[in-house]
Design a protein around this ligand. Structure first.
Ligand code: FES
Ligand code: FES
Length: 160
């Protein structure tokens, strides 16, 4: 039997009828049409489905949707401003070629967002640690780390 779950996605309250066994990724993608978070392994291993719940990164493919009740969920779609400007992390991934095939990118960016919110000036090691749960099968992590470094710089200048 379906149940109603209520939570906040990218600043908007939503109410969705779900089966209790559904995971958050399924609801975001199939019920709310927020397809930025990707389904990779579906087993909590690759990080392609990473979104933030109350500011913390979670693998939404294994996060029971009922646990989102009353919480704030942020997806990659929520990073862009209402005027359509990219978030500095998104811009940095474009500038520094952190986007390769791009499948892992939404998850990487959300992990980077959680890191930079908590630690605005991370070291390279701290960045590598923060994205350790996000797999990229392309050419490697150098450009991704550089992207996060650039984003940190831009964001710290903006915050003054
Ligand atoms: S799809 Fe969720 S961790 Fe891989
Ligand atoms: S850019 Fe292709 S998997 Fe990361």
């Amino acid at each position: 039997m379906k149940r109603t779950v209520r939570f906040i996605v990218n600043g908007h309250s939503v109410e969705v009828d779900v089966y209790p066994h559904w995971n958050l990724l399924r609801v975001l993608r199939d019920e709310l049409e927020l397809t930025g978070a990707k389904q990779g392994c579906g087993e909590g291993e690759c990080g392609a489905c990473t979104v933030l719940v109350n500011g913390a990164p979670v693998n939404s493919c294994i996060y029971p949707v009922l646990e989102a009740e009353g919480k704030e969920v942020l997806t990659i779609e929520g990073l862009m401003t209402e005027r359509g400007e990219l978030h500095p992390i998104q811009q940095a991934f474009l500038d520094k070629a952190g986007v390769q095939c791009g499948f892992c990118t939404p998850g990487m960016i959300m992990s980077a967002k959680a890191l930079l919110d908590a630690n605005p000036k991370p070291t390279e090691d701290e960045i590598r640690h923060a994205i350790a749960g996000n797999m990229c099968r392309c050419t490697g992590y150098v450009q991704i780390v550089e992207s996060v470094m650039q984003a940190a710089e831009v964001m710290s200048k903006r915050s003054g």
